[in-house]
Write a protein that binds this ligand. Structure first.
Ligand code: FES
Length: 388
């Protein structure tokens, strides 16, 4: 067999083993009118340049769909800032994707909701930062944001979309949990994610000011359960998600590296998860390689597949098929080594780092919260918000 034939055969074998990227996340832009301190966007300015053109996104959608992708999320930053959003939705819908818009609601108008509907958009999720204008707008870093979100949530519902809300919870707003659930009822929400912040990007920088205590979480969960009981099966379906810092086993991040999720960033970088750029790996770009080659052949996508890469205790653990060793980005952020067991796991030799983070959040050593400033990212580290 020639070398070429051997290579082709190896490629075919690898492709057969790797399932399709079922979920494609298209991060259309990192620009955003809000400046939430828990933003998971990269903290580096260079990541915000050279956005893909409309044609380049079309190509990405074509290639991903050919490979078997079925669900497409439009996110950012704020995806509404892309003037071609409707065209992107229409194109991907015509390809057969189930499409989902993940938005702050800022920039949405009744007319635009109508246009997105016409383009075939299946689903809109609006995020809130609090249950009243004062706190919501302070966390979002923008005046009048709450009212705009409120009005657009009503309008989304009125135009026949399922009402899906997302509240990012932290110790800044956890005390409003009951009011948040009341607001969700007022907006006639169908599904509500009560999700505590994930500590990546800016949220990791601001972790001391965001991470609630165990007591706060227990109380919040109690209030959610109490509210659910009072609902007697009526009204919104609430999904309460606690931070993995309070677990003893790690989350199966991304359902396993390179198994289900494919993220394409505004500049065309292809990543197995939205935070992977921070890792000491070189990731491919859709401008240089096809989605098929990236998913099936690229070194970075293959790197943490399976369990060959695992150190102990993951390698010998009977739960490794469940959690795949946890989150690679979290392992890297907390230990400096992306191969290590996720420190959330109580079997990890680095588990004490999680307890140290919880302790440090009780009395933050940094006096004020840093706010994301996408418009002047180079100054972001100096831009601060003092609602803590
Ligand atoms: Fe990157 Fe978990 S966020 S592997």
């Amino acid at each position: 067999m020639t070398n070429q034939a051997a290579n082709d055969r190896q490629k075919q074998e690898t492709s057969a083993m790797v399932g399709p990227p079922l979920w494609l996340l298209a991060e259309l832009t990192y620009d955003c009118p809000l400046h939430c301190p828990y933003c998971s966007n990269p903290t580096q300015l260079s990541e915000t340049k050279n956005e893909l053109t409309t044609e380049q996104w079309f190509q990405v959608f074509n290639q991903a769909r050919d490979l078997g992708a079925v669900q497409l999320g439009f996110s950012g930053g704020e995806p509404l800032l892309r003037k071609d959003l409707e065209a992107l939705v229409k194109y991907s819908r015509d390809l057969g994707f189930y499409t989902n818009l993940i938005t702050s609601g800022i920039g949405l108008t009744e007319k635009r909701i109508g246009k997105l509907k016409e383009a075939g958009l299946d689903h809109i999720q609006i995020s809130f930062q609090g249950a009243d204008p004062e706190l919501n707008d302070a966390i979002a870093g923008r005046g009048n944001a709450y009212q705009q979100k409120f009005d657009m949530a009503k309008s989304v519902k009125a135009q026949g979309y399922p009402m899906v809300l997302n509240f990012v919870l932290s110790k800044q707003n956890l005390e409003q949990i009951t009011d948040i659930m009341r607001l969700s009822c007022e907006l006639e929400a169908d599904y509500v994610e009560l999700a505590t912040a994930q500590y990546y990007g800016w949220a990791y920088e601001n972790r001391d000011h965001l991470l609630p205590s165990r007591e706060q979480l227990v109380e919040a969960e109690r209030l959610v359960n109490e509210f659910r009981e009072q609902q007697q099966g009526k009204g919104p379906h609430f999904i309460f998600v606690t931070p993995d810092y309070f677990e003893t086993r790690p989350k199966a991040c991304m359902n396993g590296w390179g198994s289900t999720f494919l993220t394409v960033t505004p500049d065309g970088s292809a990543l197995p998860c939205h935070s992977a750029k921070m890792l000491p790996l070189t990731f491919p770009n859709v401008k240089d390689k096809s989605i098929g080659d990236i998913w099936q052949q690229d070194f970075s996508f293959d790197y943490f597949r399976g369990d060959d890469w695992m150190p102990q205790p993951c390698k010998g653990c009977d739960e490794k098929e469940k959690d795949f060793g946890g989150c690679r980005c979290q392992a890297f952020m907390m230990t400096g080594d992306m191969h290590k067991t996720d420190p959330v796991c109580s079997k990890s030799e680095d588990h004490h780092l999680i307890q140290a983070a919880i302790d440090s959040a009780i009395e933050p050593s940094t006096p004020i919260l840093k706010r994301v400033n996408q418009k002047a990212m180079q100054h972001a580290k100096n831009t601060q918000l003092s609602i803590a």
